[in-house]
Design a protein around this ligand. Structure first.
Ligand code: CDV
Length: 312
């Protein structure tokens, strides 16, 4: 029997620095209701959905930084998302900046949660591959201070049984690393939910816009194909306080093709009806890991971080 579900990537247009949480949550609710009306069981929102992409700003006062973080999830301003999800019976994925206390010490993570159709959090992921730099760099036209504002995620790449399948999560830069998808692939992942904020220009060197979008899709299509999993990817897009973000939100099939893609750089639902059983063919043929992987030759992947060339 087919395991058909309808899913949505909910692309978000820009969120300006001056926009408050209430206005963002109102936009999320509208997308959630629209997704429900289109028969979706799961709607995927982007990375750091609730605010502007704040790592582009230099902030020295920790209180200013912490204002972008959620100390509770759900909190007073986000609870309505969970209540509406339960009322409609629709699940969602939400990226946000998480502030938590561990043994009394503050920890900051770039986090995503998976919420089921009863409004219950079933999974949490904390971003592992933090891009950018830790020290302000005035040679750049915009900062990318994720390494300054966030701790490296400490939860690995788990998967969860949800939405009649096996669901995993990763966040933005994680999608560029094959290890991300393979660790989930080794747990039989059938749907990877992910959100991203990808600047439309490279602040260190000239890079044509079309390559930014090409690489965005290339890595997600490869991850989907090589692990025979669907990918539901939601961007934050458009111009935030003068800084452009690519869109290109999409839903990718386990054979690597894009099934549906955003047309705008605004709030937009990208919807597809998918059959999770179609993950099986790839997992049992070309990417039958048990039959074909050769782990005796992969040791370097876990032993060595950076590349080392052989001596001359
Ligand atoms: N938010 C991100 O992780 N952005 C990175 C940029 C810096 C390249 C990305 O991989 O899209």
């Amino acid at each position: 029997m087919a395991r058909n579900i309808t899913v949505a990537a909910a692309q978000m247009g820009p969120i300006q620095r001056a926009d408050d949480r209430a206005s963002v949550v109102a936009r999320l609710l509208e997308l959630m209701r629209e997704a429900h009306a289109m028969g979706c069981r799961l709607v995927v929102f982007p990375e750091l959905t609730l605010t502007t992409f704040f790592p582009r700003w230099i902030m020295m006062d920790q209180a200013d930084i912490d204002a972008y973080f959620e100390a509770e999830m759900p909190g007073s301003e986000t609870r309505v998302l969970f209540e509406t999800a339960a009322e409609l019976g629709i699940g969602f994925h939400l990226g946000y900046a998480e502030l938590t206390l561990e043994n009394g010490a503050p920890r900051h993570f770039n986090t995503a949660i998976l919420v089921d159709g009863s409004g219950r959090i079933v999974g949490k992921y904390r971003k592992v591959h933090l891009p950018g730099h830790a020290e302000p760099d005035n040679t750049r036209s915009a900062q990318h201070l994720e390494k300054r504002y966030f701790d490296v995620g400490d939860l690995g790449f788990p998967v969860w049984r949800a939405f009649d399948g096996v669901v995993g999560m990763c966040i933005c830069n994680d999608r560029r690393w094959p290890e991300t998808f393979r660790v989930m692939g080794l747990q039989g992942v059938e749907l990877v939910a992910l959100g991203y904020n990808t600047p439309n220009t490279n602040t260190q060197t000239y890079e044509p816009y079309h390559l930014r979008m090409f690489h965005n899709h290339l890595v997600m299509q490869a991850g989907a194909y090589q692990n025979s999993t669907y990918v539901v990817a939601a961007a934050k897009a458009g111009v935030e306080d003068g800084h452009g973000l690519i869109g290109g939100s999409c839903i990718i099939a386990p054979w690597g093709e894009i099934l549906a893609q955003a047309q705008t750089e605004e709030d937009e639902l990208v919807v597809a009806r998918i059959d999770l059983d179609l993950c099986t063919f790839g997992k049992e043929s070309v990417f039958n890991f048990a039959a074909h992987r050769r782990i005796e030759h992969y040791g370097l992947i876990c032993e060595r971080t950076g590349a080392e060339t052989p001596p001359e």
